[in-house]
Design a protein around this ligand. Structure first.
Ligand code: SF4
Length: 315
């Protein structure tokens, strides 16, 4: 499901990362990538759990600590236990975000509320902040990450690829669906799935082929699960090259010998690391349009890919 206003995927984000002055000391943690490139291609929904449960700004710092009742969220100086308030808020907020169509979440590392696997407990170890723990528990395969995991281009692109895949699943399933809708959706994903994971691509193909005789809820659950598993894998250059060669096969007849050979050279250059994916896809897009190759023109793989979107090259 996309944002009703812009058509972009909706992504939750710890509010301090957007520059909102909501931290315990009244400061923010503005993140240039999130406020810049990412904000251009998704709709960001800022959330500050600590402000939302009524803690003011500035406020007493809080921390995670272990007790015989499990991990607790407590104020550092007063010892006030905020666990129940945060857990109750988090459950309601995660359900609200799900109903709004959220397709991903970027969390502030090391925060006792927002941190995802990086939060010190009693000053040592690493666990989830209480809000993030609920998001992990109720969010299923929702793409989540901390801002510290979005420093490298490859990690940024992989996160956006997961968000876009999740959004396409919502578009298919959230409003009710029929077997024909699933076939149409899957047909459009095929080459991208092939690049992500040839094995899961095959499993998903079998699932779709057998969908008509199966329980719809089971099909939906399995299709969502396997798709997100595929997008959690690394789409290596070799896998992309294989998907590109598969796509090239559809142009053998309509394209001229020179254009066909040109594609072969580009794929080879891509495989050798001399050309990026966008450089090859541009030629495919041109030839698919020129020769009206219906099957390829439907492919999500020929839509702007995460690296192009983040670079602002959408055509
Ligand atoms: S890390 Fe989370 S709880 Fe802390 S200030 Fe940022 S948004 Fe608020």
């Amino acid at each position: 499901m996309s944002s009703a206003v812009t058509g972009k995927a909706l992504v939750g984000v710890s509010a301090c990362l957007l520059g909102e002055e909501v931290r315990y000391n009244g400061a923010h943690k503005l993140d240039d990538f999130i406020c810049g490139e990412l904000a251009r291609v998704v709709d960001l929904r800022p959330v500050c759990p600590e402000v939302d449960i009524g803690l003011g700004v500035p406020r007493e710092p809080i921390q995670l600590t272990r007790s015989e009742n499990g991990t607790r969220l407590v104020a550092v100086e007063s010892g006030t236990d905020l666990t129940a308030a945060m857990e109750s808020y988090a459950e309601a907020k995660v359900r609200e975000l799900d109903a709004a169509g959220i397709c991903g979440y970027v969390l502030k590392a090391r925060s006792p509320s927002c941190g995802l696997g990086s939060v010190p407990i009693d000053g040592a170890g690493a666990g989830d902040g209480l809000f993030a723990a609920t998001l992990r528990k109720l969010g299923g395969r929702l793409p989540t990450t901390e801002e510290t995991n979005l420093e490298e281009a490859a990690d940024r692109e992989a996160f956006l690829a997961r968000v876009l895949a999740y959004r396409r699943l919502r578009d298919l399933f959230d409003g009710g669906w029929k077997a024909a809708d699933l076939v149409k959706h899957h047909t459009r994903q095929k080459l991208l799935l092939m690049a992500q994971s040839p094995d899961l691509y095959s499993q998903l193909g079998r699932l779709v082929a057998e969908a008509a005789g199966a329980e719809p809820a089971d099909v939906e659950n399995s299709y969502r699960l396997l798709t997100m598993e595929a997008f959690e894998q690394q789409a290596t250059a070799e896998r992309h090259a294989n998907a590109l060669e598969h796509m090239q096969g559809y142009l053998r007849k309509p394209a001229s010998e020179a254009d066909y050979a040109g594609l072969e050279r580009k794929i080879s250059s891509f495989r050798n690391g001399e050309l990026d994916l966008a450089g090859v896809l541009a030629d495919f897009r041109r030839l698919v349009k020129k020769h009206s190759v219906d099957y390829l023109s439907l492919q999500v793989y020929l839509e702007p890919q995460p690296a192009e979107l983040l670079a602002g090259q959408e055509n």
